[in-house]
Design a protein around this ligand. Structure first.
Ligand code: G6P
Length: 615
């Protein structure tokens, strides 16, 4: 999704904005641009392509001086990715310049009206319409930029995070938010604006996160003043002290963020259960659940809403909740749930899972569930994100910033939190014995070192990747707890290597995918001991007799599958319900290596956005 960065203060804005845009690259984008005020006028440069392309263009065509500026990475929604449609956009007078993340839904009608008044447009974007609407309001009402932004946004339907400045008043940037994230970094005599804190964390730990329908005039020498866009009420900014550090958002010696994040999983899982899993006391402590324990205990049903990888974590959770806590669970794509008039009551608990905490469909699903009286519990990674704020209660995954677009540590930490929740509810509902509960806590504590062991498969995975990197298709099969892992493995491969891949419950191979199997088809089969091992072995035999190439993920010491499979990757033994935390690891590595070998941009795959903040 689009990334926005802004700076006003005493330093050179250009390097701060460029570096900030690079930090936001993970959000996914197709073009980039920058506008700087050099003391007398605006210098603007934008281009289709990467931030590196923008740097080359800007440095050879414009003056990059000035201590006020805004920059943008665009993920095209209205208008194809090209130089003209890239942000920033000027208003017709050339006085105003804007960057925007989101969609203005009624831009067509506004554009027509503005054209009738003589405005012209060079791009196909909704954003250029917005900046001219702001200009028109300034002229018509004789108001300053801040007021004009407010009045204009009251005419707009859609979602936005915007930053705009007026070259006639170069001591302020006006920002506003609805639906898309916007943070203000507060330094001494300087302010930073960004989609998240990563562009400014090296300069300040103090940040203000705008709420929906809030705007602020960020003026040098003044305190930030927030206003409600609708009724002009003054809101008081909450300055948060961020814990994030720079090292966490840099690559730390790895070639890619994705690889770094894969290797961070033992630590991330431990951080996620730290303080919650108290095996010596025989309890799981989760403040967000304790505050609403009765609602959880009375729940007739749990509905999980999420998108993408988070939805896969939800599927794993369905197995765990039903298996351990004996609560019926439904797992829904948030995008379907929000529009299909679902039956929700105040006896339902809705769990929303989201790494970014900004996914528009998940956010809308939460609002719908709340309107029907359900308790909504969030599982998010990004602290202070929209979903974290919108939910009634929740538990953070403490994975740390996930920069690679393909989600890895977010998935395993989500499963960790959801397992803790399932165990807690299972114990409270007396669905499992104390002994079983305690044995789970103890086994969970072993998981980080077992993930370390699973990571040792890396050299073997690299050999396998070399053998299949040219494949056109790939099938992933798993049963029970490992069916969602098969889906996730296939998603990872598609996302970053652009190889067509499908995940299936192993038994569902017979009604269809089996027709695709020939000696060109690699089939990744998760065949760990326990659960449905014998059944999966029989599925493997079916594949073998059709000459498919079998890559099997097995439990350490396995003999049976080894005799059938072309390649075998071992993971340590654990409880059946915890196997997804281990079997996922080689699948992440496999997609990573194949993508690298195919020369793909692993951390920023084409067309994908890290967080989808628009529909
Ligand atoms: C996008 C990303 C996926 C991610 C999904 C949900 O589609 O490309 O990798 O799984 O959004 O994101 P969330 O932040 O809500 O977990």
């Amino acid at each position: 999704m689009c990334g926005i960065v802004g700076y006003i203060g005493y330093r050179e804005a250009y390097p701060i904005i460029i570096k900030g845009l690079q930090r936001l690259e993970y959000r996914g984008y197709d073009s980039a641009g920058i506008a700087l005020f050099d003391g007398s006028g605006i210098n603007l440069s934008k281009t289709k392509g990467k931030v590196e392309d923008l740097k080359t263009k800007a440095e050879s065509t414009i003056s990059t001086e000035g201590s006020l500026g805004i920059g943008h990475t665009r993920w095209a929604t209205h208008g194809v990715p090209n130089d003209v449609n890239s942000h920033p956009h000027y208003s017709n007078s050339g006085n105003l310049v804007i960057i925007h993340n989101g969609i203005i839904e009624n831009y067509g009608a506004i554009k027509e009206e503005l054209m009738n008044r003589g405005y012209t447009f060079s791009s196909d974007t909704d954003t250029e319409v917005l900046v001219n609407l702001i200009e028109e309001v300034m002229k018509k009402e004789g108001v300053r930029l801040g007021k004009a932004v407010q009045l204009a946004l009251n005419q707009v339907v859609g979602a936005y995070a915007i930053a705009v400045f007026d070259k006639e008043k170069p001591n302020e940037i006006v920002v506003a938010k609805l639906g898309s994230p916007l943070a203000i970094g507060v330094g001494k005599d300087e302010f930073f604006i960004a989609s998240d804190a990563s562009p400014f964390i090296e300069f300040t730990n103090n940040a203000v996160y705008l709420e929906d329908e809030e705007m602020a005039v960020v003026r040098l020498g003044k305190e930030i003043k927030l206003r409600k866009i609708k009724d002009d009420a003054i809101a008081y900014p909450l300055v948060q002290e961020l814990q994030l550090n720079l090292e966490e958002i840099e690559k730390g010696g790895y070639d890619h963020f994705m690889l770094k994040e894969i290797y961070e999983q033992p630590r991330a899982i431990k951080d996620t259960y730290r303080g919650r899993l108290r095996s010596s006391q025989g309890i799981v402590k989760m403040a967000g659940v304790d505050d609403h324990l009765q609602e959880f205990l009375d729940a007739e049903r749990i509905i999980i809403v999420a998108c993408g990888t988070s939805w896969h974590a939800g599927l794993v959770a369905e197995y765990i909740f039903e298996d351990l806590a004996r609560i019926p669970v439904e797992v829904e794509y948030a995008s379907e749930f929000r529009y299909r008039n679902p039956v929700i009551t105040d006896r339902d608990v809705v769990i929303a899972i989201s790494q970014s905490g900004e996914t528009a469909d998940t956010l809308a699903a939460i609002k719908l569930a709340k309107a029907h009286g359900a308790l909504v519990f969030g599982v998010c990674n990004v602290v202070g994100s929209s979903i974290a704020r919108e939910t009634d209660a929740g538990a953070y995954t403490h994975a740390g910033p996930e920069i690679g677009v393909a989600s890895t540590k977010a998935f395993t930490t989500q499963i960790t939190v959801l397992t803790l929740l399932a165990l807690k509810l299972a114990k409270e509902r007396k669905a499992i014995s104390e002994e079983v509960f305690t044995s789970y806590l103890m086994e969970l504590e072993e998981i980080p070192s077992k993930v370390e062991e699973a990571l040792e498969s890396n050299p073997m995975v690299e050999i396998i990747a070399e053998a299949y990197k040219e494949s056109a298709n790939c099938l992933y099969l798993g049963r029970g707890y490992n069916f969602p892992v098969a889906l996730e493995g296939a998603l990872k491969l598609k996302e970053i290597s652009y190889i067509h891949a499908e995940g299936y419950p192993a038994a569902e191979m017979k009604p269809g995918p089996i027709a695709l199997i020939d000696d060109q088809m690699p089939v990744v089969v998760i065949a760990t001991k326990k659960g449905h091992y014998e059944k999966v072995v029989s599925n493997i035999q079916d594949i073998k007799s059709r000459h498919g190439k079998i890559i099997a993920i097995v439990t350490e010491g396995d003999v049976q599958v080894r005799q059938l499979a072309d390649h075998v990757i071992e993971v340590p033994e654990t409880f059946e319900s915890l196997t997804p935390l281990l079997t996922t690891i080689p699948l992440q590595l496999l997609s990573y290596h194949i993508a690298v070998m195919r020369g793909c941009n692993v951390d920023q795959p084409r067309n994908l956005a890290k967080s989808v903040t628009v529909e």
